[in-house]
Write a protein that binds this ligand. Sequence first.
Ligand code: MRU
Length: 344
Amino acid sequence: MVFKQDSLKLIDQRKLPSEVQYFQADDYREVKFAISDMVVRGAPAIGATAAYGVYLAALEYSTLEKEEFIQEVTRASEELKRARPTAVNLAWAIRKMNELIYQNREKAVKQIVRLLREGAEEIAKEDVKINKKMARHGNRLIPEEAGILTHCNTGALATVGYGTALGVIREAHRSGKDIQVYADETRPRLQGARLTAFELVEEEIPATLIVDSAAATLIRDGKIDLILVGADRVAANGDTANKIGTYNLSALADIHEVPFYVVAPTSTIDFEVENGDEIEIEERAEEEVKGIQEVQIAPEAVNVYNPAFDVSPAENISGIVTEKGIARPPLEESLQKLGGYSKI
Ligand code: MRU
């Protein structure tokens, strides 16, 4: 993402890999649309995008008196927060931006607006630093030769840069390890086929694309040494919400005794949520399942169930790689010890 002259330029991920097009957001409403329509997606990426959205709202209302300005920016923030409910990074980034307003409420509106711009830039810059730290921690888990299975897209596209689980994979490849990556296509939105495969090919990392249902056979056949996934929200007890289909992989990992690691920044941990049952799971449009991109594949009249995420129970997770280190089971205790986000 590039933020220049008060406008946010995002690669339109709905169009990848066949077209590399940019989407421009000039106000917070367009930012909200970009998040809900998945022009931009991936927990850290939507967090940073929303932070710029709060700044754009502040800019729009900067001619108002202070009290009214704060009211309007708070209202716009609430709207942005509703764009997607599961990834806590969205709410986290908006909360950080709103804290900035309250901490500086004695200052002039103009100054608050400037601080918000700096706040959004800091969230974006920190994300890249955090990803590189996670990549180094996570690389310790990768054997010299390894078959790695991943789900959805957790790369540069899902973050401000480098990636979470795919960042670890990138790091392992760059450090000279002989890895073979298996990428789930990730129905219905095909983030694995369209985005992860695109990033892997660009980076020349040996990779094979599979349909989601091939994962079990691959694991049973001993081709997978470890599974690496990202997260949209980690509950205080370690239960982890991630792209639909991740739970299947965690269960398979448990059955076949394959290590299953989550790679996520501490901003993805929601200590206010005790366990996975409390995580709101986004349900998306029927059209995503009834069709593949513009092509209809199911009868129009069929009923559809389309949850965008599922929850992998803490007991299936071998560890959670964060920028502060790797939390190991018992996850509730080790996450508590690591603590929440602090600037690096
Ligand atoms: O619906 P999406 O594409 O936003 O879902 C993304 C995921 O589930 C990712 O695995 C998660 O956000 C981690 S991204 C670094």
